[in-house]
Ligand binder design. Sequence first.
Ligand SMILES: Cc1cc2nc3c(=O)[nH]c(=O)nc-3n(C[C@H](O)[C@H](O)[C@H](O)COP(=O)(O)O)c2cc1C
Length: 382
Amino acid sequence: MRLRHCSNVDDFRTLARRRLPGPIFHYIDGAADDEVTYRRNTEAYERCDLVPNVLTGVETIDMATTVMGQRLAMPLFCSPTALQRLFHHDGERAVAKAAEKFGTMFGVSSLGTVSVEEIGAAIATPKMFQLYFHKDRGLTNNMIERCLAANFDVMALTVDTITGGNRERDLRTGFTSPPQLTPASVISFALHPAWTLNYFAREPFSLPQLKTHVKEGTNVAISVGEYFSSLLDQSMNWRDAEQVGVKWGKHFCLKGIMSVADARRAVDIGATGIMVSNHGGRQLDGSRSPFDQLAEIVDAVGDKIDVICDGGIRRGTHVLKALSLGAKACSGGRFYLYALAAAGQPGVEKALGNMRSEIERDMKLMGCRSLAELSRENLRFR
Ligand SMILES: Cc1cc2nc3c(=O)[nH]c(=O)nc-3n(C[C@H](O)[C@H](O)[C@H](O)COP(=O)(O)O)c2cc1C
């Protein structure tokens, strides 16, 4: 399998699996407990069918959308994800450049491996920063100030990681950031010499958003679960979220909202967006899928706040289904992470290109010239 043969997310996943040492592949691919929610996030789209219209003259279509004040050339953007230089040596640089080419938004994680200053200077398209709320308020405030200085457009406060999810694949493989040398991981590195050479020969691993404040930002190996449980503030509440939004002062979004009550409170504290998300099934297994929760959230707050459907997206039709229910845009992680691991920036460009072609083709087949023409009339649930 080569990059040019990758027609869908599963193809990229196959290539990523071949290129990455096992613990790193499973960190991307895995989820919490029995991974029921992870599977359901995609399966949910299959319980609902599209009903097309025809003869509408679809020679040109417009898939642009505006979300949290950002005009996106396509209605799917790259969710913030951690540790990208572990997946490919270009990491966030590759994803940022690919997102820019497709005119879509890129989210940089608090656990990003390239600095917000570098990403801010590298791309002109909309940028989101994903904030974790640390016990060390100096660190949290420093991240906000750095993102303001680096001209980020949107701040997303992640609210679904109050403690670490039970990611059993990571427990089994002993995955830490950065990876530790154990007998099992050494074998896995030896079996993936190209990855290993790049990892050890290039710029040393670090977490530039953290390293000014905590030793975990340098080369101290820590599991992601330990990071959530020991560095993040479990007392975080609505007042804290509101204060983050005020300090930020620009478009502000809560990432990981699942209930209608919380969606209403997000409106009350002045957020301009919510990402309906269960963190790609990586936190609370057994929680409902974003797509299944979407209609009731859109009905409650869709006229007051931009609703984004995050996770489980594997096809253009999934995006069209979420937009038909009233989401302003969709976002996802693994669909571009497998591609990053498979082939760096050209990989992410191919993944975004595949999605854009699918969305365009599917809009034409649906008889839709613009996203505004999608509605619940187009959908039937089984
Ligand atoms: C490898 C990986 C790392 C992630 N890191 C973060 C992170 O640092 N912060 C965050 O808010 N969400 C993170 N997420 C969750 C994504 O932002 C997004 O919610 C999720 O990937 C959506 O599900 P999908 O992968 O099925 O598209 C991560 C997801 C993956 C797969």
